[in-house]
Design a protein around this ligand. Structure first.
Ligand code: DQA
Length: 146
């Protein structure tokens, strides 16, 4: 069964208790269940992963590119967290591995501090969903189906 990978960067393991007024009260496990329900509509499985380490995200994106080429993976929903605004390595991994990525942010980064307005990932993402909370993950999976 084809799969979708939902990759989450630093501090997203704290969802539910981390600044709920900004990020909402759902945990990453809640979001994972929601992603599973949506992916099932398309006959796909979902794997949700989270790491606080930049290089781990690079490794996962490279593996994802290879899996897309073998047909076992549809694409990646990626919330890179703060690495969005700093990581050339993650951008290069997406480009180098040629992996279809939908970038997701729970909060509206453009309504926040100026340092959150720049994304290294957006230019190499297929699409970007910002500020719609956990619903953005669902929309990203639907976008991969298109
Ligand atoms: C975030 C926005 C980032 O600026 C922040 O560093 C995060 C979460 C979001 O989902 O809104 O960790 O990616």
């Amino acid at each position: 069964m084809p799969a979708v990978l939902v990759l989450n960067g630093p501090n997203l393991n704290l969802l539910g208790t981390r600044e709920p007024e900004i990020y909402g009260s759902q945990t990453l496990a809640d979001i994972g269940q929601q992603c599973e329900r949506v992916a099932a509509e398309f006959g796909w499985t979902v794997e949700v992963r989270q790491t606080n380490h930049e290089g781990v995200l690079v490794d996962w994106l490279q593996e994802a590119g290879a899996a897309v080429r073998t047909g076992s993976l549809i694409g990646v929903v990626l919330n890179p967290g703060a690495y969005t605004h700093t990581s050339v390595a993650i951008r290069d991994a997406i480009e180098g591995a040629q992996v279809p990525v939908i970038e997701v942010h729970l909060s509206n980064v453009h309504a926040r501090e100026a340092f959150r307005h720049q994304s290294y990932v957006s230019p190499v993402a297929r699409g970007v969903i910002i500020g719609l909370g956990a619903y953005g993950y669902e929309l990203a999976i639907r976008a991969l189906a298109r």
